[in-house]
Design a protein around this ligand. Sequence first.
Ligand code: ADP
Length: 282
Amino acid sequence: MDDASNTNGSTGAAHSPDQNIAMNAEWLATVSHELRSPLMAIKGYADLLLHYEDRLAEGERREFLQEIGKGSNHIASVLDRFLTLARFETGDVHVHLAPVDLLQLLQQVLLDFSESIGGEAGTVQRSIHILTEFDTPTVKDPQGSIIIMADRGLLQVVLIQLLDNAHKYSPASTPIDIGLGLDTAAQWRALVPEQVAAQIEPSQQMMVEIRIQDYGIGIPAHYHEAIFQRFYRVDMNLTRAVAGLGLGLTICQYIVTLHRGIIWVESLPDVGSTIHVLLPAQ
Ligand code: ADP
């Protein structure tokens, strides 16, 4: 098999009917696996509780109930992703723009994220740093943060997703770096890859860039665009071992575009990946 799989028949290049059937079958297999594994765990623990309840210690009963809760949460989150995607695809998402303190939001997201991964058994505590590079003071507030007009909730979804990917696709012993840079659109045009520069709207003035960098498995260059298509997963060993539906980056792209921003990836296999998000700062 090719080392990448677009499991959605309706995006990307045109495919023959046979290819579409194969891709849909592969996609169904991914989705079924994502739902079936937690469902089987729930059923297994529920059966144990049903048949051996009086022989189980209090601690064991608690543990089984917690596993049932975990499985249910996983199924709910898979279904949530589908509903979220459907809402974006039907244009049923309302963006509420308001001033957002980007540095404060990043710190909050980082705190929540570190707590959520901190409890994983046997994992090394991740080192995640925020590095700021502000050259231009115009839109900084006196505390040195950046205030942008954005939908806080939606931006939070993007940041959590990108951190989650960096965490999933790199060893826990390596750091994750978050970069924050502020500059004029003209400067960004000179700094970013040509195809990204071409997408910066002429009316833009100040723009802020958020970079989430990991030192993990990386992504071969010929998949850098495809990973933003829905249900697309690069079929490498580690990707297969990690749960995922191939929807996270698609949802991020929808959100960034709704903010008139641009998202792209810079990555080398076995070196690591950086996801860049460039947003208007006014
Ligand atoms: P998911 O992670 O659920 O599969 P995403 O849409 O978030 O879906 O990502 C799509 C694919 O892009 C992933 O399956 C993976 O192959 C690749 N990918 C995303 N982020 C990274 C990363 N930081 N490092 C390596 N590969 C990545």
